[in-house]
Design a protein around this ligand. Structure first.
Ligand SMILES: [Zn+2]
Length: 290
C-alpha cells in the first residue's frame, strides 16, 4: 500500500467515523425523527467541509503552486472580471501524478476566487483552449448553478432522509424487527437508501446536464471561440476515456454531463443562432499554432 492510499484512508476515517457516530446517536436519541437532526448536522458538516477542503484537505494530496504563465493568468483574470469575480491568484496542482485526466476548479465563497488548474491541463492544452475551460466554469457561477445546487441539494437531502426513515420504520416488522436501533435491522435501512438513491440519481443528472449546457453557452458566448471549445471537449473526452456516443438511456440515467456528441451539436446550434463562429479553423491556426 502506498503512502497516498494511506493518506486517503486516514482522511476518510477522520470524516467518516464521526458521521457514523452522529447517525447512530440520532437514531438512538431521537427515535423516529432521527432523520431531522441527522440531516441538519450533515448540512453543517458539508458547509464546513466545502470550506476547509481546498485549504486543509486538498493540499494533503497535491502540491499547489502559482502558475508562471503570466499571459494565461492575465487572460483568466480578465474572463473572471467579465463575470464579476475577482481572482486571488491562479494556481496549478500536480494532477499528473495520479491521472492523465485534466481539470480546473474554483475555490472560495464570495466574489474572490482562487483558480486551480491541473498541470495536465496546462501541459496539453493551448491558452485558448484553457480559456474555454475557465469560461465554462465561470458560466456555472454566472448562471448561479453553485447556489442552486446547494439549495436543491439541501432540500433534497432532507426530503430523501425523511422518506428513507419512513420506509425503514414501516417495513421493520415485515422483516421481524421491532426497533429502528437494532443493529441487525440496519442493512434494511441501507437497502432503502440504495433504492431511493437509484431514483434520485437520474433526476439529479437531468438537472446537472441542463446546467452543463448553460455553462457551455456562456463559455462560447464569452470566448467567441466555439471551435477551440469543441477541440477542448474532444481532448477531454479522449483523456477521460469517455464514451462519445452512449445509448440515450445510459446517458439519461448515468451521465452528469451530456455526451460529447450532444454537447457539440448544442454548441453548433447556439453558435449558429448567435453568429459566434468568428474564429474559423484556419484563422485559429494563424493566431495560435498550438
Ligand atoms: Zn460544468
Amino acid at each position: 500500500m502506498d503512502f497516498r492510499r494511506i493518506k486517503g484512508l486516514l482522511v476518510s476515517l477522520v470524516i467518516g467515523i464521526p458521521i457514523l457516530l452522529i447517525f447512530y446517536f440520532s437514531l438512538n436519541y431521537f427515535g423516529n425523527i432521527w432523520w431531522l437532526p441527522f440531516a441538519t448536522i450533515m448540512f453543517f458538516i458539508s458547509v464546513v467541509l466545502s470550506q476547509i477542503f481546498p485549504i486543509l484537505i486538498f493540499p494533503i494530496f497535491y502540491k499547489i503552486t502559482p502558475i508562471e504563465n503570466e499571459e494565461l493568468k492575465e487572460r483568466i483574470t480578465k474572463l473572471a472580471r467579465d463575470a464579476n469575480l475577482k481572482v486571488e491568484n491562479v494556481y496549478k496542482f500536480n494532477m499528473s501524478k495520479n491521472t492523465k485526466k485534466a481539470n480546473a476548479a474554483f475555490t472560495g465563497l464570495g466574489r474572490t476566487k482562487r483558480i486551480i488548474l491541473g498541470d495536465t491541463l496546462l501541459e496539453n492544452y493551448s491558452t485558448e483552449e484553457i480559456e474555454t475551460v475557465i469560461a465554462h466554469e465561470l458560466g456555472h457561477f454566472k448562471k448561479k448553478h453553485i447556489i442552486k445546487n446547494i439549495l436543491i441539494g439541501t432540500i433534497s437531502s432532507f426530503l430523501t432522509l425523511f422518506i428513507i426513515a419512513l420506509l425503514y420504520q414501516n417495513s421493520l416488522s415485515l422483516f421481524g424487527f421491532r426497533e429502528i436501533t437494532q443493529v441487525a435491522a440496519l442493512p434494511l435501512l441501507g437497502l432503502w437508501s440504495m433504492l431511493i438513491g437509484l431514483i434520485q440519481a437520474p433526476l439529479g443528472n437531468v438537472l446537472s446536464r441542463k446546467f452543463e449546457y448553460e455553462a457551455d453557452e456562456y463559455a462560447i458566448f464569452e470566448t467567441k471561440n466555439p471551435s477551440a471549445f469543441k477541440k477542448t471537449l474532444e481532448k477531454l473526452t479522449e483523456q477521460n476515456f469517455g464514451d462519445k456516443e452512449p445509448h440515450p438511456f445510459v446517458e439519461w440515467f448515468f451521465y452528469s454531463h451530456p455526451s460529447i456528441k450532444n454537447r457539440i451539436s448544442a454548441i453548433d446550434k447556439f453558435a449558429e443562432e448567435h453568429n459566434l463562429n468568428l474564429h474559423s479553423e484556419s484563422e485559429l491556426k494563424l493566431v495560435d499554432p498550438l
